[in-house]
Structure formats: C-alpha cells, structure tokens
Design a binder for this molecule. Structure first.
Ligand code: ADP
Ligand code: MG
Length: 292
C-alpha cells in the first residue's frame, strides 16, 4: 500500500503547479543527483527576435531581407518549433498556405517545402549540408536559420533568444539542494550553447545534437550514474519526448509542452518556471523523510 505522506507530497506539489504522476515517482525524484536540460524553450524563452539578415548576393538588401523572411515564415507556417513560430511572428502577415506544398519538417534540423514552385529549405547547418550546400560560417552570437532557394544557398537570418529570468537562480538552487551535476543537451550551435551554459553556471554542455543524439548522450550519463543516483531530464517537449521517457525522471514544461511530452513525462510543470525543479525535489525528499 502507498504511505499516506505520498498523497500529501503529490497534493502539496500540485498546489505549486507541479504534477507528479504517481507515488513511486516521488521516491525516484528524491534521489536525483544529475539534472539534464534541453535549451530552447526550457532554459530560454524560445521566443526569438530577428536580429540580422545576410544575403548571398550583391542585390538590393531590403528586397533580399523581405524575401528571406517571407520564404522562411511560409515554410515554417506548419511548424510548432519555437523558431518556426517566431519567424511567423516576425513576418507579421497572413500566410497563404495554398502557395505551399510538399512540406517536410526534419526534426532537429528545419523545414523544406515547395513555395510558388520554388524549393525552399530553412534550418541549421546540418540541413544545408544534407542538401549538399555549404552555408556561410557565421561567427554571430545567435541562433541561425539558413535559407536555400532552388538548391542554392540564399542567406541566413540571425535570431536572438533570451534566457528565462529564473534560469540562473534555478541552477544555483539545484546545486544547493544536493544535485551534483547539471548538463545541457541542445541542437543549437556550439557557440550559442556554450555561451548560455556559462551564463547559467551549467557544468557540462553538448551541442549540435539531433533528437536521437540527445537520447544517446543521456544514455551515456545514465550508464555512468547507474544505481542510486538518479538522472532527471527537463524539456519543453518540442523534439524531446524520447529523452523525457528515457530519463529516470522526465520533467515536461507545461504550457509549451506537446501532448506527446506530457504523455512521456513523469512530472509536468504547469508553468514554465525552472525554479520549480528544485522545489519538486525538495518536496519529494520531505515526504520520503516522513515515510522512513
Ligand atoms: P533545442 O531545443 O536544443 O534547440 P531542437 O531539437 O528543438 O533542440 O532543435 C535543434 C536545432 O534544429 C535548432 O537549434 C535549429 O537550429 C534547428 N531547427 C529545428 N527545428 C527547426 C525549425 N522548424 N526551423 C528552423 N530550424 C529548426
Ligand atoms: Mg527544445
């Protein structure tokens, strides 16, 4: 039978907007020593602003800018990724989806489609390379979306994302609460990833990962920690449902989280505040102490 204090723990955490999907999860949560994070939408707002445009040719810059953004916004119009949503917002016009056909979203890379009879691709360096294109090597601090038109590299848009106001405090709070290791796994570029990790005080960072690479990296961490020290993964659910279900404890951020993520997770945070992670661990420890 389930000890009464577990019900108290589940009730107490739900009042804080932390939904724990069962009593056994509280016990595992109390033993978490490593917390692994996704970046975009989890530690950062995932609401990007367009910071710069770079065209490939010596043509009218204003025209090139508006064309890049238009194609990017249309090709992204069916994407639920924070990058896609932000590009649609930056474009700001209604999108006529009938102009578009053959849409393919490549998880962890970007989107391709036919628009007005042209083949458009928008995404990261990996996507461009898979199309046989060499994107510019940008030294810009920001998340880059490269755009190709009809098999030719056309330019890129630089997006700026900001860390959530409580992310830094949340990491410090975990370190104080007996978590011995914090890790970031991201599909974003090395430069953006390392800068964010440094700013937040995260111990280890792995960048330019595909969703499947994230699972493989998490498995390495699990192998190292085997035994009593448990590993939690925190994600916003866009592209990371497999990692959420593979971790000892999967924690999904609620508002942005997809249904698949909420399904795969053990703990769901109703708001997107990373401070709730330390809080959840402390609640679980408290109710375990009452039991034993
Ligand atoms: P993360 O949350 O760690 O950034 P994702 O797997 O969601 O991981 O995305 C990894 C990378 O893939 C992004 O940083 C971006 O470069 C690229 N990407 C994914 N989806 C899109 C998209 N819809 N449009 C453009 N780029 C994308
Ligand atoms: Mg993400």
């Amino acid at each position: 039978s389930i000890p009464l204090s577990f019900f108290a723990g589940i009730g107490g955490s739900s009042r804080e907007g932390i939904l724990v999907k069962g009593a056994n999860i509280l016990e595992t949560l109390s033993k978490v020593k490593t917390v692994v994070f996704d970046k975009t939408g989890t530690l950062t707002e995932g609401v990007f602003e367009v910071n710069a445009y770079h065209g490939n040719h010596d043509e009218d810059i204003e025209h090139r800018k508006s064309q890049l953004l238009e194609y990017a916004a249309i090709v992204e119009s069916s994407s639920s990724h924070p990058i896609g949503k932000s590009l649609q917002r930056a474009y700001g016009h209604e999108i006529d989806r009938s102009r578009m056909s053959n849409v393919k979203e490549i998880s962890g890379q970007g989107v391709t489609a036919e628009i007005d009879g042209k083949t458009i691709a928008a995404g990261n360096e990996k996507l461009m390379r898979s199309l046989g294109l060499t994107p510019c090597h940008c030294k810009t601090a920001g998340t880059i979306v490269h755009i190709a038109i009809d098999g030719e590299y056309a330019g890129h848009i630089v997006l700026g994302d900001v860390v959530k106001p409580t992310s830094e405090k949340a990491i410090a709070d975990l370190n104080k609460s007996g978590v011995t290791q914090t890790v970031m796994l991201t599909g974003d570029s090395k430069m953006v990833a390392e800068q964010t990790a440094k700013q937040l005080g995260i111990d280890k960072v792995y960048s330019e990962l595909l969703p499947s690479d994230k699972v493989a990296q998490l498995e390495k961490i699990l192998k190292k920690e085997k035994g009593e020290a448990k590993v939690a993964f925190v994600g916003d659910g866009i592209n990371d449902a497999p990692v959420l279900s593979r971790a000892d404890i999967g924690i999904a951020m609620g508002a942005m989280g997809s249904d698949a993520a909420i399904e795969a997770a053990d703990v769901v945070l109703m708001d997107d505040d990373p401070l709730k992670i330390g809080k959840a661990i402390r609640i679980s420890r408290k109710c375990l102490k009452i039991v034993w």
